[in-house]
Structure formats: structure tokens, C-alpha cells
Design a protein around this ligand. Structure first.
Ligand SMILES: Cc1ncc(COP(=O)(O)O)c(C=O)c1O
Length: 485
């Protein structure tokens, strides 16, 4: 058990302090056991992994179980009824039911398998009945895969708008959102799309908005991709019309699979604009006639990923064994410690080393933190430089805008005019050009903890940040260490 031996062998005062502040961390010891077995490659290879919002890590046993399943069975394309096909069909059905069970959604939802959360969101973009008499409301805090839905809406003549955030904590401006949800009326359909948890600031947006909006005639699309890896989602308690997620973000393996959960009573609203193999029960070529499948198969184009889908059940069983509440507690404790320690870091002249963006406290947030590192004069170290140094220490963090331009525009006070001017003069595009033409910083540093994180990971990161103490950022230009983002 990594943390216990850390404490006993090295008599580490810091760990004791941490436990004094977050005693519930000791209830998550099962993760230390797993870290030494299932995730031992992290320490064997010397990695400090702090990008759980980017992608989760898989356990060794997930690979072994999936490998055994493939090695000891013969699977055929499930679009048939021969024995190998039937076996594939059976395991896909089992995985589908397991997913629904996990989210307490068996009675009320369909589970459509997709390639990832973006694939799930694209189904909504393509199939939601946008027209001249519909409206889409988005929040400034949204992943680009949700922002992109506005393109479908716009092309079909639908209006759309964004609801803003407070710069101080990157939480929704509830007054303004309420106004939008209450005043946009007399539309045939209204869709409100927001993330359960920000993929950038870690903010958990209140799930109570789901009911609030529905009561006022809105359909709600909940992007749960950044929320479900470390928080339980009970779809009996809160019932968005549509929920999107990616499985590799929950248990690391396999990549290439996600789901769109559709409330059964909203299924009919989605109008598929075409058909493909697997999505139809009948097609004529004499006549332009086709009948779509009656259930989720309607939205699963072509042959589904039938060899990997059984690994979803294996992954979810692994999460069950640990317990979502245990994961949640661990993430909570480590995030709390990170926030406290990062805020304490000061240069010799007393200035803070960190500019923390988003919520400053642990309340209603997940394990994702964004910030910049500053020098004694308050000048920001370019994030490409920070990432370059982190890479040398085998620290995996994330930098840039994280596919969430709304958060970046709010936190860097980018105005509509500035954005328009930039696009008018666009040459190559990219960060260096944006920063140069706007004369303003864009992007930040993001770290995120998760399922297999431990105290050593966060402490190593804090020690890394301390290496910037009393260093000057004045000679370091943005862009010198930029890799492709
Ligand atoms: C909140 C959120 N939504 C959507 C996505 C898109 O997920 P994917 O890239 O798996 O399609 C992400 C990915 O980071 C995310 O964090």
C-alpha cells in the first residue's frame, strides 16, 4: 500500500498533514493496492500521470480478461444469426444492459453505442429536429463537440445563443441562464446543452438545471463525458433527454467507444437523415423506400465494434469493484490538497507563483484544475515552456485551450471584437498567431487527477512547480517549445 509505506518508511510529515486535512483518503486504500498491481506500470516506468480528463488509465486485468475472451471464443459479425454471430449479439446486449444498469437507466433509456462522446453528440446535431422555429441554448463552458452542434442548427435555420459564466469562478451566471430558459418561448423545439462537469475548470454545473429547463419545455442534452469518470450519475433522479459519454474516459480501455443514452420518450424526436447497413429493417431500390430499425440499432451505422464492446462490461465491473464513491473520495481529497498547496506557493518577494482560474475551493467541483505559473513580477511563464519542462520529468499534464474556447475567452477577457478582428486577419492560424495578433495570452495549464492517482503524484507535481520559484519569465517567449496541439 503505497501511501501507508510512504508514511511509515519515510515518516513523511506532509503525508500526515494531508491525512489530517483529508482523513477520508484512508478509506480509499484499495486504490493504493491496485496502483501496485493493476497500474504498476505507472511507477515502474516513472510516470506522473495528471491527464485523467484527457483519458483514463486501464487496469492490467481489463486487458487480460478481454484478451482471454477473444482467445477462447469465436465471434462473428452480429448482423447474422449463425452461432458465432449470436455470441457477439449476446455479449453486445449484455454490455448495453450493463451500461444502462450502471446509470440506473434500464427502464427509461436506450443505449446507443458510438465511437466516442463526440460521435454521440453528432447524432444529436444531425438528428435533432432543428428548423426555423427551433432554438439551441449552449453554455460558454462546453467542449467543441457540443459547440459544433450549433453548425447543424444554424444550417437548418434554427436560432442559437450562449449563456455566459462568471470570470471569478467560471460558474454559470444563473440569473442570465434563467432568463434565457424562461423567455425563449413559442418554439417548436428547444434544446439546452451543457456539461455536467467542465473538462477545463472542473466545475460541476448543477444537475438541477435539467429539470428546471425541462419544466419550461426544453429538451436537455447533458454532456457527461468529464463527469462520469469520477462521479455517480443516477438517471432515475435526473433525467436529461440525451446523455453523451466516452468509455475510455471512465476506465481507459478500449478507446473508440462511447454512448448516447436517449430517454425512451425522446427517441422519436431524433430524425435520422440517412440510412446505412445495420440501421434499417427494409430498403427498396425500386422505390425510394426504407424502414429504420425501431430501437438503438437505428443510430449505429454499419457494423458495430463487436469485439471491443464486451470490454465495456469488463471495464464497468472493474469500476464497480473499486466503487465510484471511493474514486470520488480520492479525487476530492487529492484535488483539495492540490488547491491548498498550489495557492500557498510564493516567490521570495511574496507574490503568488500560481494564478488559479475557475473555482478556488473544493465545493461543487471535480478533479480538474487550470492555472498559470507566474514569476515574481507577475509575468506568466508560457505554457509551452512549462509543458516542455514537465515532459522532461515525465509529468503528463495538458496545456492550451482544451477544446473549450468559451472558458478561454472568458478567463482571458477576449471580446467579440477581438475575436472578429483575429478571424478577419487570419493567416496560418494557431496559438502563436492568436497570441501575437491579440496581444493577449490564450490557453493555460490543466492537471487532472483520477482513478489511479495517489499522494505521490500530486506531491511530485507541487515539487515541480516549486522549481519555478524566483525564476524570471521575462526572457521566455511563447512558441519556442510549441508542439502540435
Ligand atoms: C466534457 C467533454 N465532452 C466531450 C468530449 C469529447 O470526447 P471524445 O473526444 O471522447 O469524443 C470531451 C473530451 O475531452 C469532454 O471532456
Amino acid at each position: 500500500m503505497e501511501n501507508i509505506s510512504f508514511e511509515n518508511k519515510k515518516q513523511n510529515k506532509l503525508f500526515k498533514k494531508f491525512i489530517e486535512k483529508f482523513p477520508q483518503y484512508l478509506d480509499t486504500q484499495i486504490i493504493d493496492e491496485l496502483r501496485a498491481t493493476e497500474y504498476e506500470r505507472l511507477d515502474r516506468l516513472g510516470h506522473i500521470y495528471l491527464d485523467y480528463t484527457g483519458g483514463n488509465l486501464y487496469a492490467q486485468s481489463q486487458l487480460d480478461r478481454h484478451h482471454d475472451l477473444l482467445k477462447n471464443n469465436v465471434f462473428g459479425n452480429p448482423h447474422s444469426s449463425n452461432p458465432t454471430s449470436l455470441l457477439a449479439t449476446e455479449l453486445v446486449k449484455e454490455a448495453r444492459e450493463f451500461v444502462l444498469d450502471c446509470f440506473h437507466a434500464k427502464e427509461d433509456y436506450y443505449c446507443i453505442f458510438t465511437a466516442n462522446a463526440s460521435g454521440a453528440l453528432k447524432i444529436i446535431g444531425e438528428c435533432y429536429p432543428f428548423n426555423k422555429n427551433t432554438h439551441l441554448t449552449l453554455t460558454f463552458d462546453n467542449h467543441n463537440s457540443v459547440n459544433g452542434i450549433r453548425e447543424f442548427a444554424q444550417k437548418k435555420g434554427s436560432s442559437f445563443c450562449y449563456s455566459t459564466l462568471f470570470i471569478e469562478n467560471l460558474r454559470l451566471n444563473e440569473k442570465k441562464l434563467k432568463k434565457k430558459l424562461n423567455t425563449i418561448k413559442n418554439k417548436e423545439h428547444k434544446l439546452f446543452a451543457f456539461p455536467a462537469q467542465s473538462n477545463v475548470s472542473g466545475v460541476k454545473h448543477p444537475l438541477s438545471w435539467v429539470r428546471y429547463a425541462q419544466k419550461r419545455g426544453w429538451d436537455v442534452l447533458l454532456d457527461a463525458a468529464a463527469f462520469v469518470p469520477s462521479s455517480p450519475l443516477n438517471l432515475k433522479e435526473v433525467q436529461p433527454n440525451f446523455v453523451a459519454m466516452s468509455f475510455y474516459k471512465i476506465f481507459g480501455y478500449p478507446t473508440g467507444l462511447g454512448a448516447l443514452l436517449v430517454r425512451k420518450d425522446s427517441f422519436h424526436k431524433l430524425q435520422k437523415p440517412w440510412f446505412a447497413g445495420g440501421t434499417v429493417s427494409f430498403v427498396s431500390v425500386h422505390e425510394t423506400l426504407h424502414s429504420l430499425e425501431k430501437n438503438c440499432a437505428r443510430f449505429e451505422d454499419g457494423t458495430i465494434n463487436y469485439l471491443d464492446i464486451p470490454a465495456i462490461k469488463i471495464g464497468l465491473e472493474h469500476i464497480h469493484k473499486i466503487g465510484m464513491n471511493t474514486i470520488n473520495t480520492r479525487v476530492h481529497c487529492l484535488t483539495g490538497w492540490l488547491l491548498q498547496q498550489l495557492k500557498k506557493l510564493k516567490h521570495n518577494n511574496g507574490t503568488s507563483m500560481i494564478t488559479l482560474l475557475g473555482p478556488q475551493s473544493l465545493k461543487n467541483r471535480g478533479g480538474t484544475i487550470i492555472f498559470n505559473i507566474c514569476d515574481e513580477e507577475g509575468k506568466t511563464f508560457p505554457w509551452d515552456y512549462v509543458e516542455h519542462l514537465a515532459n522532461e520529468e515525465k509529468i503528463s499534464l495538458r496545456t492550451g485551450c482544451f477544446c473549450n474556447p468559451g472558458i478561454d475567452e472568458i478567463s482571458n477577457c477576449i471580446s467579440t471584437n477581438e475575436t472578429a478582428k483575429y478571424y478577419d486577419n487570419l493567416k496560418e492560424g494557431g496559438y502563436a498567431e492568436v497570441i501575437k495578433t491579440m496581444g493577449k495570452l490564450r490557453g493555460a495549464i490543466r492537471i487532472s487527477v483520477g482513478l489511479a492517482s495517489n499522494f505521490n503524484d500530486v506531491n511530485s507535481f507541487i515539487n515541480f512547480v516549486k522549481t519555478f520559484k524566483n525564476k524570471s519569465a521575462s526572457d521566455i517567449e511563447f512558441g519556442n517549445y510549441l508542439s502540435d496541439h
